[in-house]
Design a protein. Structure first.
Length: 374
C-alpha cells in the first residue's frame, strides 16, 4: 500500500504500517484522554489520562495486528501464501496471494481473526482482574478493561455477515458450500456488504445531525469503505474467474523489442526507453533471453557512467517470477506480476521469447470489457 513503511517480519510475512494509521492513533488517544477518562474517571490527573490513552492506542494496534496475523497464519497453513500485512486507517489488511479454492478453507481463515479478538478480550479481562487483586494502579486496571471491551467490539463488528468483513467471508463460505458456486456466494455476500455499508453511512449521518461529530464522521467513512470494498471484491472475483479461462498465449502482446546485453546504457535510454516509451525490456545474449532491464535500474546509475556501462551489467536475471508459459492461465500471470514488482512477465516456450504480459494489458482488457458489457 502506498505510503507504508516496514516495521518487521513475522513468520516470513512483511509487516507494514501505513501513514494513515497515525490518524487512528491520534483519534483514539485524544478521544480517550479528552472525553472518556475525564467523564468516567475524573480523579485521574492529566499525565495519567494521556499516558493511559497512548498505551491503549498502542495495544489496540497490537490487537489489530494479531487479528490479521491469525488470518494469515491459517492461510499459510492451508497453502495460501501471504506476502504482507498492512495496518492503515480502517484497520488491517493481509495480502493473500490467492483465494481459497474450497469453502472449508475460506471458513477456517475467516473465523481465525474474530477468534483471536475474543481470546484477547478474555486475556485482557483476566489481566485486569489479576492486577486489581494485587492492588495495581486503577489506571492500569481500567486500561486493560477498556482493551478487553474494544477487542470484543472488534470481534462482533467483524462477524457481521457483510463481505469483505470476516462475517461476510463466513457467509460466503456457507453459501458456497451449499450452492457450489463461488460466483453466486460472492455476489450475495458482497450485496450484504453494500447494504451494511449504506446502513453505516446513514447511521453516521444521523449522528452528525445530532451533533455527535467525530463518531458520525467515522461511521460514514467506514460505511463508504466497506461499500467500496464489497463492490471491488465482487468485480475482482469476476475478473479472476474470467482470467482463469484464458491462456496467456491468447492474451499476450507479441513482437517484443529486445536489447542485446552489449548495448550501452546511454544507447538504451536514447534509442529504446525514449523511443518506444516502455519502462522494461527483455535482454538477450547471442539470441538467448537472459533477463530484463528496467528504467528503475538505469535511474540508480550515475548519468556520467551511462556511456561506458553495458546493459548486461544492470540486467535483472530471469527468475520464475518473471516468466510464464503460453499454456499458463492469465490469472497465473497476474500473480507473478504482483509478486515481481516489475509490472511485466515474459511469455517463454523453453528459451524462446513469444511475447509479454503487462499490468497495462490487464487494465486495458478490463476497461474494454467494461465498455462493451451490457
Amino acid at each position: 500500500m502506498k505510503g507504508s513503511f516496514r516495521i518487521g517480519k513475522i513468520k516470513g510475512i512483511l509487516i507494514e504500517v501505513n501513514a494513515s494509521w497515525f490518524i487512528i492513533f491520534a483519534l483514539v488517544t485524544y478521544s480517550l484522554a479528552a472525553s472518556y477518562f475525564p467523564v468516567y474517571y475524573p480523579e485521574f490527573d492529566s499525565t495519567t489520562r494521556w499516558v493511559s490513552s497512548s498505551a491503549i492506542a498502542l495495544l489496540f494496534f497490537v490487537s489489530v495486528l494479531l487479528h490479521e496475523l491469525s488470518h494469515s497464519l491459517v492461510s499459510i497453513k492451508l497453502g495460501m501464501p501471504v506476502k504482507r500485512i498492512t495496518l492503515f486507517i480502517f484497520g488491517g489488511v493481509a495480502q493473500i496471494e490467492q483465494e481459497p479454492d474450497e469453502p472449508v478453507k475460506e471458513l477456517k481463515m475467516a473465523i481465525a481473526g474474530p477468534a483471536m479478538s475474543i481470546f484477547l478480550c478474555v486475556l485482557f479481562f483476566l489481566l485486569s482482574v489479576a492486577l486489581r487483586s494485587f492492588g495495581a494502579p486503577q489506571a492500569a486496571v481500567v486500561s486493560l478493561q477498556y482493551l478487553s471491551t474494544i477487542n470484543l467490539t472488534l470481534a462482533i463488528f467483524n462477524l457481521f455477515p457483510a463481505f469483505p468483513l470476516d462475517g461476510g467471508r463466513v457467509l460466503r463460505a456457507i453459501i458456497w458450500r451449499f450452492s457450489g458456486s463461488l460466483q453466486k456466494s460472492t455476489r450475495i455476500a458482497s450485496a450484504m456488504g453494500s447494504i451494511f455499508g449504506y446502513f453505516l453511512i446513514a447511521f453516521g449521518i444521523f449522528m452528525l445531525l445530532n451533533n455527535i461529530i467525530i463518531n458520525g464522521i467515522w461511521l460514514v467513512f467506514i460505511g463508504w469503505f466497506i461499500n467500496q470494498m464489497s463492490r471491488e471484491s465482487y468485480q475482482s472475483m469476476l475478473l479472476s474467474d474470467i482470467f482463469d479461462k484464458i491462456k496467456v498465449g491468447e492474451f499476450m502482446t507479441g513482437k517484443v523489442v529486445t536489447i542485446d546485453r552489449s548495448v550501452s546504457v546511454q544507447e538504451l535510454v536514447d534509442n529504446y526507453f525514449l523511443k518506444y516509451k516502455f519502462a522494461v525490456f527483455p535482454v538477450s545474449q547471442e539470441g538467448r533471453i537472459i533477463g530484463i532491464v528496467s528504467a528503475a535500474s538505469v535511474k540508480q546509475l550515475d548519468a556520467a557512467a551511462r556511456p561506458q556501462t553495458s546493459v548486461g551489467s544492470i540486467t535483472t536475471p530471469l527468475s520464475d517470477k518473471l516468466v510464464v508459459s503460453p499454456e499458463d492461465i492469465v490469472s497465473e500471470a497476474m500473480k507473478r506480476l504482483s509478486a515481481n514488482g516489475v509490472g511485466r512477465v515474459l511469455v517463454m516456450d523453453q528459451e524462446n521469447l513469444l511475447g509479454i504480459v503487462s499490468n497495462t494489458d490487464i487494465l486495458n482488457y478490463m476497461w474494454i470489457r467494461n465498455q462493451i458489457s451490457k
